[in-house]
Design a protein around this ligand. Structure first.
Ligand code: NAD
Length: 483
């Protein structure tokens, strides 16, 4: 399978080359896409660039398959396997796409410009500029919400970016090696080997995959420490995974219990200190719990650039959860801005699934807009030529005008409709849970078969064959040789 995938990959690589792409055309409209996450990448994947100049601006020049980030943190997958360079995707486009690694600092919805800055460590003579857009696709996502809780920003590990997964892995290994240091006292070993995960949403639950590493690998490498590692999952609400059915919540909690992961519900983290975490227990008492590492998965909030953009339209953009959009994903109040993904506030949960469907929808919208634009141009040119035409030619042009008008009236842009394909989460110990919508209601399933389904679903959701091969390969290698 890998051999034939390799041949296929080689052929598709050879087939097109950026040098053969059409250049940018000043006559065409410019779409500036901000972001390279789920929404932006899904749009780029299917966007026909023939009729547009496309510019992508993002601080990362790659797409990160976030659902598998915890697997990188625990060493099951290598970082390369879950990232896809944005240029890898755009090299297939008919017209060249400009990819700029920079952080957008301001969107001016009145003058229709985007200002961005090079945020890499090495700066050139120019590191700040402004470009105009006809359409802006605002897909900047969200950032980690710390609620201003002391110590979280500085002392906890996050699970949002590749660097977070890498620093969590480093921190975890440090804790183990320090615990294994000769003469380390028993209470210090217990502290170092206590991992506190904050947040019982899907991110926090999936981070508990760290338990797999403890079970599969630590036992043989550090037999003297393996039995002493503890994981606590702290959640402020009465249960973990509120978006899943009661049955799956119970299944997750009982699986965690078997795996000796302590689930502390109705418990709030109040502070993260250097070697401990301060908890407010269900009875409102305050406890200091020693730990070696805190992983923060407490949810997301809008970015500053999003708040600044909203401030331009205080009357229509007043939802704290994010940008308000209409049913065609147009930002309320602004002309030419579409907003998708976690930076918006819609009736759907801010998931990868919603963002990628929104991206694919926008690709269809742009195709329709281009078709309409081309027909309108044709109509103008026909209307100009008809005045100088005569006889049969005139009748023919009149026919063409009627046909163009009728085709324009048929270009209808339908509103965005989200189709929920279900929710999946890996809960460790080769088990996953799935809440799948069916005609007669949701089907909830959990266990090893669901885990195989989870694996195949994630493999097929990966955006490229290259990533599929790399992830499948890593899974096999981990199974044979360990992490
Ligand atoms: P979330 O907002 O879903 O969960 C965060 C949790 O942290 C909440 O339950 C909150 O009560 C808790 N929390 C916050 N502050 C706390 C504190 N001080 N002490 C204790 N608990 C605290 O965040 P998420 O898990 O990062 O998910 C974000 C979005 O991404 C969601 O829409 C989710 O559905 C989606 N997502 C989905 C998957 C999946 O489907 N497998 C995986 C990851 C993320």
């Amino acid at each position: 399978v890998l051999g034939s995938a390799g041949v296929f990959y080689y052929i598709t690589q050879k087939e097109r080359h950026p040098g053969q792409q059409l250049p940018h055309d000043p006559e065409k409209k410019t779409i500036v896409i901000l972001g390279s996450g789920w929404g932006a990448t899904s749009l780029l994947k299917t966007l026909d660039t023939t009729d547009y100049n496309v510019v992508v601006i993002s601080p990362k020049n790659y797409f990160l398959f976030t659902p598998l980030l915890p697997s990188v943190a625990v060493g099951t997958l290598s970082p390369k396997s879950i990232l896809q360079p944005t240029r890898y995707l755009t090299r297939h486009k008919k017209r060249a796409v400009t990819v700029i690694e920079a952080e957008a600092k301001e969107v001016d919805p009145i003058n229709k410009t985007v200002t961005f800055e090079d945020d890499s460590e090495i700066k050139g003579a120019v590191s700040h500029t402004t470009i105009p857009y006809d359409y802006c696709v605002y897909a900047v996502g969200a950032e980690v919400q710390t609620f201003g809780i002391p110590g979280v920003q500085e002392k906890a590990c996050f699970m949002k970016e590749l660097t977070d997964a890498e620093s969590m892995q480093r921190r975890f290994k440090d804790c183990i090696e320090t615990a294994a240091f000769p003469g380390q006292n028993p209470s210090e070993i217990d502290r170092l080997l206590h991992i506190v995960v904050v947040g019982g949403g899907p991110t926090g639950v999936e981070v508990s995959e760290i338990h797999d590493f403890l079970e599969d690998d630590l036992k043989s490498w550090y037999p003297e420490l393996a039995g002493r590692v503890r994981i606590s999952l702290v959640e402020a609400l009465p249960s973990v995974l509120p978006m899943f059915s009661k049955q799956l919540i119970d299944y997750t909690e009982s699986t965690f219990k078997e795996s000796k992961i302590d689930v502390l519900t109705k418990t709030m983290v109040k502070e993260v200190k250097d070697g401990s975490v301060i908890l407010q227990m269900p009875d409102k008492s305050i406890t200091e719990v020693p730990c070696g590492m805190v992983v923060w998965a407490g949810g997301n909030k809008g970015r500053k650039i999003t708040q600044d953009l909203m401030a331009n339209f205080p009357e229509v953009q007043n939802n704290k959860r994010g940008l308000t959009v209409d049913d065609h994903l147009r930002m309320a109040g602004a002309d030419g801005i579409f907003a998708i993904g976690d930076c918006t506030s819609t009736s759907y949960a801010p998931t990868a699934q919603v963002a990628s469907q929104q991206g694919a929808y926008l690709a269809r919208v742009f195709a329709q807009l281009a078709k309409k634009g081309n027909l309108e141009k044709r109509l103008i040119s026909l209307s100009q030529t008809i005045s100088t035409a005569s006889g049969e030619e005139k009748a023919q042009i009149a026919n063409d005008i009627e046909s163009a008008k009728s085709q324009i009236s048929k270009v209808k842009i339908r509103p965005f409709h989200y189709s929920h394909q279900g929710s999946l989460a890996y809960i460790g110990s080769d088990k996953a849970i799935a809440d799948l919508p069916f005609a007669n209601g949701n089907i909830a399933s959990g266990g090893v078969a669901t885990y195989l389904f989870w694996r195949s679903a994630y493999l097929s959701t990966l955006f490229s064959l290259r990533n599929r091969v790399l992830v499948a390969n890593d899974w096999i290698i981990t199974k044979i040789f360990g992490r």
